[in-house]
Design a protein around this ligand. Sequence first.
Ligand code: THG
Length: 284
Amino acid sequence: METIIGMPGKQRVIAAACGTTLIGERINPTNRRSFSAELEQGCLDTVAQEALRQQEAGAHVLDVNVGAAGADEVKLLPQAVQAVMDVVDVPVCLDSANREALRAALRVYPGKALVNSVNGEEHSLRSLLPVVANHGAAVIGLTMDDNGIPPDVDGRVRIAAKIVREAEACGIPAHDVVIDPLTMAVATDSQTGAVTLQAVARIRAELGVNVVLGASNVSFGLPERVVLNAAFLAMAVYAGMTAAITDVTNQALKKAVLAADVLVGRDDFSQRYIAAYRADQSSS
Ligand code: THG
């Protein structure tokens, strides 16, 4: 299945055959005090800077999250989206659970956005899916519900199927639903990495939809996090993940995904791998 987002003339097709879609995660003030403070003042300089830097680094899509700042998301999210559009032309992924903030951001974005995210809770589905449907957007569905994140593969697949079903009932086709089977810390549960990877494979096999993961949680609490994140991303590509929310400005992470794409047959003639290598050579 293909999830097509962005604007006419500047679209991104999320599909295994197009190579893993890299969604840049850095427009997010989590754990960044000065970025949070800026956003609270309504300053969007860092948003614009991070947009440019990530597009240059090869991001296909930019995640836009302004929620961690103690600021007004309803006002800030559309402003941040505008600031991104002013400097780059990659599609946006609107990272918020706030319905009014999402509505406001979808109103200013002229293309097809990816909404990040709904989950399997009735409240989330009922409040957000109609907004997604109304704007003809695509949506990420997290495999969690009122009982939290299922510790087992079956539980996650079941919630994924429910989200796809509910989306279709609202008029959102399955190809516009991207499932996130959720990465947790292996430091607190040794089996959670394997469970997530197996969930990726099952969701791909049984539902056929696109699958996205954020990698960074997997390494929480362990040293040399980037080593674990890079290995996890590569394995997730093999399992069937078709998009990754990650720090594309980190060479080790970006290269892990590019290499994995080559190795699983998602990069004909290693074209993208070689192009990325050449771009690195000429910029250094
Ligand atoms: N799935 C989905 N959406 C998500 C996530 C996911 N959105 C949020 C998150 N996970 C992915 N985004 C981030 C953004 C930042 C960081 C991690 C994940 C991060 N930031 C550094 C830190 O906290 O130390 C900031 C460091 C710096 O100052 O540069 O780790 O899983 N659907």
